[in-house]
Design a protein around this ligand. Structure first.
Ligand code: HEC
Ligand code: HEC
Ligand code: HEC
Length: 118
């Protein structure tokens, strides 16, 4: 009897731990659903952030270039740690072009489909 009670308590604790870690994953700050990136004189660029998170799964694909913080691309460019158009060429267009070539769903590769002048 003693053993059975211990087993039940153990199981309850295990379930509680699983439940809590589930909540924590949900609580992770995923940032906004859609982002507007400063695109300089060409006009701003809209990034469907959530759509990319769901498609690409791994946050680091983008966030190894810049932190998970609004305005960080701008800041790194101002500090000379990122070149102008570096993110655009080596991240955004690079991936879209590669996928398009492979015949997979991809994002835009022409200037005006990304940059919008108001
Ligand atoms: C396709 C590229 C891309 C992917 C993938 C991506 N992000 Fe982002 N994320 C961005 C960009 C761009 C910004 C805005 C940076 C800026 O404003 O300079 C950003 C900003 C953020 C911010 C800050 C928002 C704010 O307003 O301060 C958070 C938080 C964030 N991302 C979380 C995540 C998480 C979590 C994942 C993975 C589940 C993820 N991102 C995947 C591109 C991406
Ligand atoms: C997939 C989307 C996308 C496409 C296609 C694209 N851009 Fe960009 N562009 C961006 C993003 C995001 C930025 C901001 C980050 C950066 O500078 O790397 C940017 C930044 C820029 C800047 C500003 C750089 C600065 O700091 O002053 C210019 C100018 C520019 N792009 C021109 C172009 C031209 C010209 C084309 C077409 C040949 C083009 N872009 C195609 C997404 C795109
Ligand atoms: C590693 C690959 C990858 C990277 C990096 C990436 N994208 Fe994409 N992008 C995609 C894919 C895949 C789609 C098509 C999604 C779909 O059809 O569901 C897409 C679609 C898009 C679309 C069209 C969304 C729509 O359905 O209207 C835009 C706009 C876009 N991307 C902008 C960007 C910008 C800006 C960046 C850089 C900050 C970027 N992407 C970086 C893979 C990528």
């Amino acid at each position: 009897m003693r053993f059975r009670r211990a087993a039940i308590i153990g199981l309850a604790l295990l379930l509680a731990a699983a439940f809590c870690s589930g909540i924590r994953a949900e609580d992770q700050n995923r940032g906004p659903e859609t982002l507007i990136i400063n695109g300089g004189r060409r006009g701003n660029v809209r990034l469907p952030h959530r759509q990319h998170q769901q498609r690409l799964k791994d946050c680091r694909i983008c966030h190894r270039f810049f932190p998970q913080k609004g305005g960080s691309i701008e800041k790194l460019k101002a500090e000379g740690k990122l070149e102008k158009k570096q993110v655009m060429k080596h991240l955004c267009i690079h991936c879209h072009r590669k996928r398009k070539k492979a015949g997979r769903p991809a994002g835009p590769v022409s200037c005006r489909t990304c940059h919008k002048r108001k």
